[in-house]
Design a binder for this molecule. Structure first.
Ligand SMILES: C[S@@+](CC[C@H](N)C(=O)[O-])C[C@H]1O[C@@H](n2cnc3c(N)ncnc32)[C@H](O)[C@@H]1O
Length: 244
């Protein structure tokens, strides 16, 4: 018997509006390049288009398709790369900041025996398609890890957790969505506050990773920044690994 789409875990499409815009504008450019007029005439002025819209179409189409490929395939490889940076014991308390549909949360929970994984998010649908606490809870159940996981609906910059609560804190593509630097710094300060003294932070993002690394260094962490794997992630995602 075939499974319906709601019987399968679904981790959503990242930045769905950006991908849609890239593909729609690329399609319009492509159609105009192939079938549009060769020239527009405004008064006495003629603007020649010819096939000149072909290149913009390609420049928009390629990143749109690569972003889609990341959402459908690359992010699972990237998740495994991030989680392989910690030597799992199984008893860890884990926090996934900006868990979305639970990509890293589920991956971390699979490494746990007696430990527990918590995902915190504000479920912004612009950052991830069909993002909601209900959709993520459904994924946890389908993946068989719901008993080892908790979802918390709060912002990263105001975490409702006590100090020194987590052994491992992970986060992928979340912090850049906090546009204001002071608020972003507050989110990082919260990560530092709720991490246990011998804990590890594994953060990944397509920009601002030098900023995260610097703040963690200033807080006394030993920091290693790993470059993006261009074959798996687009936009390319660097990883910051920090130990207290
Ligand atoms: C691109 S999605 C990535 C989701 C997940 N980490 C993954 O890799 O699949 C970014 C996530 O960050 C969340 N987010 C954005 N700003 C946040 C904030 N201030 N606090 C908590 N979560 C936030 C969004 O709701 C979204 O779920």
């Amino acid at each position: 018997m075939s499974r319906s789409s709601s019987d399968r875990p679904n981790y959503g499409i990242d930045a769905p509006g950006v991908i849609r815009n890239l593909l729609v504008i690329a399609a319009i450019c492509l159609l105009l390049a192939l079938f549009g007029p060769h020239a527009f005439h405004i008064g006495n002025v003629s603007i020649f288009l010819g096939g000149s819209l072909l290149w913009p179409a390609i420049f928009l189409l390629v990143p749109g398709l690569l972003m889609l490929l990341y959402s459908l395939h690359g992010k699972f490889l990237h998740r495994d790369r991030m989680l392989a940076l910690h030597a799992w014991r199984g008893d860890e308390q884990v926090l996934d900041v900006g868990t979305g549909r639970g990509l890293l949360l589920v991956g971390a929970a699979r490494h746990l025996t007696t430990g527990h994984a918590t995902g915190i998010d504000i479920w912004n649908k612009g950052d991830l398609s069909s993002n909601s606490v209900i959709a993520t809870q459904h994924n946890l159940e389908l993946e068989g890890v719901a008993a080892r996981c908790t979802l918390v609906s709060e912002a990263a910059q105001q975490m409702p957790f006590p100090d020194d609560a987590f052994d491992v804190i992970v986060s992928n593509l979340c912090l850049h969505n906090i546009y204001d630097r002071a608020t972003r710094n507050k989110a990082l300060a919260e990560i530092i506050r709720v991490l246990k003294p011998d804990g590890i932070v594994i953060l990944s993002d397509y920009k601002l990773t030098l900023e995260y690394a610097k703040q963690l260094q200033l807080a006394g962490f030993g920091v290693d920044r790993q470059p993006p794997d261009w074959l798996r992630t687009f936009p390319p995602l660097a990883i910051v690994v920090a130990r207290k």
